[in-house]
Write a protein that binds this ligand. Structure first.
Ligand code: SAH
Length: 598
């Protein structure tokens, strides 16, 4: 996985902020971005989406308004700090406990200004009780606020156990009963706060399609009987064949920990340490124990099995205490088929932006990756040429099978004349019949829809898709020409508005005119036609024609052609920059009668 770039981005929007920007870039070891309109919002969102801490020398409102649509996961998002242009105040806006408070304090001390810290715990205690360091979990975060308040008011408290990050608290300290006991902070009259070291590996196995609730309840019962806390679990582990098992993923989500997987050889290497080895299991999956083997593999050589295999009819679990050299295992790979819309970032969904930002690697056609600008700038990319669609999908699937998070980037919608269907087709085939590997068939697939060219074209020009419509690709590379002509005839007869994708290429130039001839038999010569090219890109162009004046030479492969139905209309507006060359195109939905009665 690429390490996310955590270099603070120092952002200035005005010339007057530049000197302070340069100074802070040096003080904080940051990278200076002098942004200017247009594109400020896109750039800021791109930096945020890839997880870069942002220090904006600008009004906090600018940062808030720009980033608000992207906010979601407070644990994953980067720090954002607004700094007054005169250096008097540094305001941590987001990610207070993920670096923003610390950044604001550094800025304030460098500039002699004030850090406007607003997170309660930080103010007085110097530590956020509900955010222990990695490897620890608080069992009852809901009680943290009340305890912090009591401590701030000077209540007497006792801390049992050793936790370096609580070192600054003014409390009475007592030794923990044993080395595995939790760290407990007690204030009279309030629930004690209990932090657990995440020191357990939970190995599980189950039959295909096992009930998630059954596995969750087996684990709950097993931990309770052994006197173990679910908060002490660090990971759920199993055999790689189980990577796509709903029950295993549901258990990990239930416990709030990652699910990780090992190949059979790694589990088999644990055979000497298994308490309940099984020849039946070996015959089936190639190792003598799944739950015990996985728990031990994750725990490492000096880890120890503390609860041997427990079982129901369809699931097993075992628990090991993690030693000094744990093995992580592989996560389930993910392939996101992401439609990025026609081009403009404003036409891209927040889900698409997030999936691209999270991906380990982007796969696609170079033009689409370039359209992503700063959002894709720091992520490795694998570029495939037009025509290499199968290789592109195979690469994305097989790379995901290695436990990676891949994003297959498509223009418009990834499921409309794009890669989504080819990914599904490859997954639907047996490996020896042109399909992909078994491991690739177990990856998680996410299809993120996007705005397709037909929607963008219709919206720009008015509402040409206002009534029943269809889309036809005029590319006969993959579809026999007779099939295309048959659909053209049916669409013409059915009086659908039609969107032609792939209307021409350098070699294919006759079908568009053939389509025009077929359509002219069923709809009038003055039927509105819209040629929309490079939608959402700098050289976007909308041209209005009619069925009579439509000419193939005006159309290229970056154009989507919309043909109105017999009822579609065009009317001029007073604004020559609106719609298509000042005209609005639409297809009535049938309100005419009602409107005339009004
Ligand atoms: N998945 C895409 C379609 C890809 S097929 C989508 O949903 O939009 C490629 C064809 O889509 C092009 O030949 C063109 O007809 C159309 N197209 C894609 N992006 C476009 C854009 N930005 N402007 C105009 N047409 C576009």
């Amino acid at each position: 996985m690429p390490v996310p770039d955590k270099t603070p981005a120092i952002v200035t929007l005005t010339a007057s902020a530049a000197p302070l920007g340069e100074r802070l870039a040096i003080e904080l070891g940051g990278e200076l971005y002098r942004l200017s309109a247009p594109g400020v919002a896109d750039h800021l969102r791109g930096l945020f989406a890839v997880g870069r801490p942002i220090v904006g020398i600008c009004a906090s409102g600018i940062l808030i308004r720009t980033l608000a649509p992207l906010l979601g996961d407070k644990w994953a998002e980067p720090a954002v700090v607004a700094v007054a242009e005169d250096g008097s105040a540094a305001v941590p806006l987001l990610g207070g406990h993920h670096g923003a408070n610390a950044l604001a304090k550094r800025i304030a001390s460098a500039l002699g200004g004030a850090a406007a810290i607003t997170t309660a715990g930080d103010l007085g205690l110097g530590v956020a009780l509900d955010e222990p360091p990695e490897g620890w979990r608080l069992e009852n975060p809901e009680d943290a606020k009340a305890v912090a308040r009591a401590l701030l008011e000077g209540a007497a408290a006792t801390l049992s156990g050793d936790a370096a990050w609580l070192g600054g608290l003014a409390v009475r300290r007592v030794a923990a009963p044993d080395e595995h006991a939790p760290v407990v902070l007690t204030v009279a009259g309030l629930p004690s706060l209990v932090w657990r070291r995440q020191e357990l590996a939970l190995g599980v196995g189950c039959a295909r399609g096992a009930d998630p609730e059954g596995l969750i309840s087996l684990v709950g019962k097993t931990l309770a009987e052994a006197g173990l806390s679910p908060f002490a679990v660090r990971c759920v582990v199993s055999l790689d064949l189980k990577a796509d098992e709903a029950a295993v993923q549901a258990l990990a989500a239930h416990l709030g920990v990652p699910a990780r997987f090992f190949p059979a050889e790694v589990l088999e290497a644990e055979s000497p340490r298994l308490q309940t080895p099984s020849d039946v299991v070996f015959a089936e999956v190639g190792c003598h124990g799944v739950s015990e083997g996985a728990a031990l593999a994750a725990a490492g050589p000096d880890g120890a099995l503390i609860v041997p295999k427990q079982r129901t009819t369809e699931a097993t679990c075992a628990v090991a205490r993690i030693g000094s050299a744990p093995q992580e295992g592989r996560k389930r790979g993910k392939l996101s088929v992401v439609g990025i819309g026609p081009g403009d970032a404003g036409w891209r969904t927040p889900e698409a932006t997030r999936l691209i930002a999270e991906a380990d690697e982007l796969v696609g056609y170079g033009l689409y990756l370039d359209l992503l600008g700063p959002l894709a700038a720091n992520t490795p990319r694998k570029i495939f040429a037009l025509g290499e669609e199968e290789a592109r999908c195979r690469y994305a699937l097989e790379s995901a099978a290695e436990g990676r998070d891949m994003a297959l980037v498509c223009s418009g919608d990834g499921g409309i004349f794009a890669m989504g269907a080819l990914v599904a087709e490859l997954l639907d085939r047996e490996p020896d019949k042109g399909g992909v590997s078994d491991a690739a068939r177990r990856v998680k697939i996410v299809n993120a829809p996007g705005i397709s060219a037909l929607q963008a074209a219709s919206a720009r020009a008015g509402a040409l898709l206002g009534h029943d419509f269809c889309a036809i690709s005029l590319s006969d590379l993959l579809t026999p020409r007779e099939a295309i002509v048959k659909r053209l005839r049916a669409a013409a007869e059915g009086d659908f508005v039609i969107a032609f994708y792939n209307p021409v290429s350098r070699r294919r130039r006759t079908l568009l005119d053939e389509a025009r001839q077929i359509l002219l038999k069923h709809r009038p010569e003055d039927t509105p036609v819209l040629l929309a090219s490079n939608l959402g890109r700098p050289d976007e162009k909308l041209t209005r024609r009619t069925l009579a004046t439509l000419q193939t030479d005006e159309v290229d492969m970056l154009t989507v052609v919309l043909i109105g139905a017999s009822q579609s209309r065009a009317f001029p507006t007073g604004d020559c920059s609106a719609g298509a060359e000042g005209w609005r195109l639409y297809t009535p939905r049938g309100y005419a009668k009602k409107l005339e009665q009004a």
